[in-house]
Design a protein around this ligand. Structure first.
Ligand SMILES: Cc1cc2nc3c(=O)[nH]c(=O)nc-3n(C[C@H](O)[C@H](O)[C@H](O)COP(=O)(O)OP(=O)(O)OC[C@H]3O[C@@H](n4cnc5c(N)ncnc54)[C@H](O)[C@@H]3O)c2cc1C
Length: 474
């Protein structure tokens, strides 16, 4: 069976890697991966600048989601996995121009410790009393697909939406709490509300369970984030090293896809090519366009997935120049503070192997769902904005020894209300068609581990199909 993978980001490369494993195990398959860019990896990209590792896109992945760790082990690079320096983890929120640390016991945006919550200047007294009252929230469930902002506001009020929900979600999704579906983005919150009513009580119970488990197993908590010594690019390079170079068609954009009987015809600059099956690993809008004549409903659902764009800027300093910056992982900026910057990470503190002891890296984020125009700014304009805002927020005046800007156009899928129903319909259409699969960050999770999972599942599905059709022919 000939399989085409369209898109060579981590989703498409994971699909190729697991197809390669299936082929080696005897599945009757051949595959070609088409990538419009000259380099593979999509938004996953690390630079080496001097003796520093600089991430253009993702800088890490959540340790608790197993698929990235599993893949690294299979690739033979598990020895190069590194964890975030969690003992130094402090994240600040900009409140009225001052950086306020997140209080101890805050789990995502839910407080679980009374005294730190009472003492923090992150919340007004009105919000603190509301948090106390939240403990009495009766179990319930919304009958509409609420946004994260709606659920959080019902429990804790608008201040928590502004100071926590929005900045945290813009960090993860490049999106806004008032446009992301809580069922798609934070399903645990919905379950907690159904079972406990109060999110605080639910988080307290979850915290106790984790502590009991750690006591019973004697295991130290694992770092929250994982990455690789050589940067996220190391994963891309290791995957590519395991693939047949003949199968990798870089600088080859697929412009059209047509269903011929039950097979597929792809159009690339080299002309038409026939395949028995296709795995889409592009943003949903690309798949939508190409499937418009094959399945209008599927194409329509794919076309409704929205995306946000982002800009990351890394500035390199001498470590001693950062004396005015507080210790910790970095800070988040609520929209109400009127800044262009959404967040900044002190990379040299968050991870080992990123900068030598004498150097420091500050990575800033702009853009997101509310500022698409950030992408149109020149490097000089972006640098000027970031330097001005860093000066205002942290007092950092020094000249960086390098500045590197990366733009990611419509790269982050937005799980808006109705997303889960759309994904369900897309899944049903794919089941009917059988020889079409989808992987990517709009499908079953935005982060790197979920992208790997969708690539792996698409590959397993295609290998099973190939084996099945071989059995039928025999
Ligand atoms: C700035 C930023 C920071 C992030 N930080 C994190 C993080 O810290 N942790 C985390 O887990 N996740 C993070 N993410 C999310 C995660 O990195 C992405 O969801 C994931 O890498 C997406 O991979 P993908 O392969 O699905 O898509 P992409 O990387 O977008 O790859 C899609 C590929 O398809 C190609 N393509 C498109 N059209 C065609 C065509 N017609 N023909 C051929 N090829 C085509 C594109 O060129 C591209 O290479 C971040 C994302 C961004 C943008």
């Amino acid at each position: 069976m000939r399989i085409a993978i369209i898109g060579g980001g981590i989703s498409g490369l994971s699909a190729a890697y697991y197809l390669e494993q299936e082929r080696a195990a005897g599945a009757p398959i051949e595959y070609s991966l088409f990538e419009s860019n000259s380099r593979l990896g999509g938004v996953m990209f690390s630079d080496k600048i001097g003796d520093c590792v600089v991430e253009g896109g993702p800088d890490s992945f959540l340790t608790e989601k197993p698929w990235a760790h599993q893949l690294c082990a299979e690739l033979g690079i598990a020895g190069d996995l590194i964890g975030s320096n969690d003992s130094q983890r402090v994240t600040y929120i900009l409140v009225k121009g001052r950086l306020v640390p997140l209080p101890d016991g805050l789990m995502f945006m839910v407080p679980t410790k009374l005294i730190p919550t009472a003492l923090t200047s992150l919340f007004s007294w009105k919000t603190k009393f509301r948090m106390l009252g939240e403990l009495m929230h009766p179990p319930s469930s919304a009958d509409i697909d609420e946004t994260v902002a709606q659920l959080v506001e019902r429990h804790f009020g608008a201040e928590v939406v502004d100071r926590l929900a929005n900045p945290l979600l813009s960090g993860v999704y490049g999106g806004d709490a008032s446009s992301l579906s809580v069922r798609a983005v934070l399903p645990r919150f919905v379950e907690m509300e159904e079972h406990y009513g109060s999110l605080c009580r639910a988080m307290l119970a979850a915290r106790k369970k984790i502590a009991d488990m750690q006591k019973a197993t004697g295991n130290a908590p694992r770092p929250l984030f994982s990455s690789l010594k050589g940067g996220m690019q190391q994963m891309i390079d290791a995957i590519v090293a395991h693939l047949n170079p003949q199968s990798l068609r870089t600088s080859t954009e697929v412009s059209q896809l047509t269903r011929r009987n039950k097979d597929w015809e792809l159009i690339t600059p080299r002309g038409p090519e026939q395949f028995d099956a296709v795995i889409f690993a592009t943003p949903a809008r690309i798949a939508s366009k190409m499937l418009a004549t094959t399945d209008a409903q599927l194409s329509g659902d794919l076309g409704k997935v929205e995306y946000s764009s982002s800009v990351t800027v890394t500035l390199g300093y001498q470590r001693e120049q950062l004396k005015s910056c507080p210790p910790g992982f970095g800070f988040l900026v609520p929209r109400s503070e009127g800044k262009r910057m959404l967040a900044a990470t002190f990379v040299h503190t968050k991870f080992p192997f990123r900068a030598p002891d004498s150097k420091a890296l500050v990575r800033c984020f702009l853009g997101g769902a509310n500022d698409p125009d950030a992408l149109k700014l020149s490097d000089e304009e972006i640098t000027a904005i970031v330097r001005k805002e860093l000066r205002q927020i942290t007092g950092l005046e020094a000249d960086p020894w390098f500045v590197k800007v990366y733009r990611w156009d419509r790269a982050m899928a937005q799980y808006t209300p109705g997303h889960l129903e759309r994904i369900e319909r897309i899944g049903t259409a794919l089941k009917q068609m059988k020889n079409l699969s989808i992987a990517g960050n709009f499908y079953r999770g935005i982060g790197v581990p979920d992208c790997i999972r969708t690539g792996k599942e698409a590959a397993k599905h295609m290998a099973a199909l190939a084996r099945e059709s071989e059995t039928i022919k025999a």
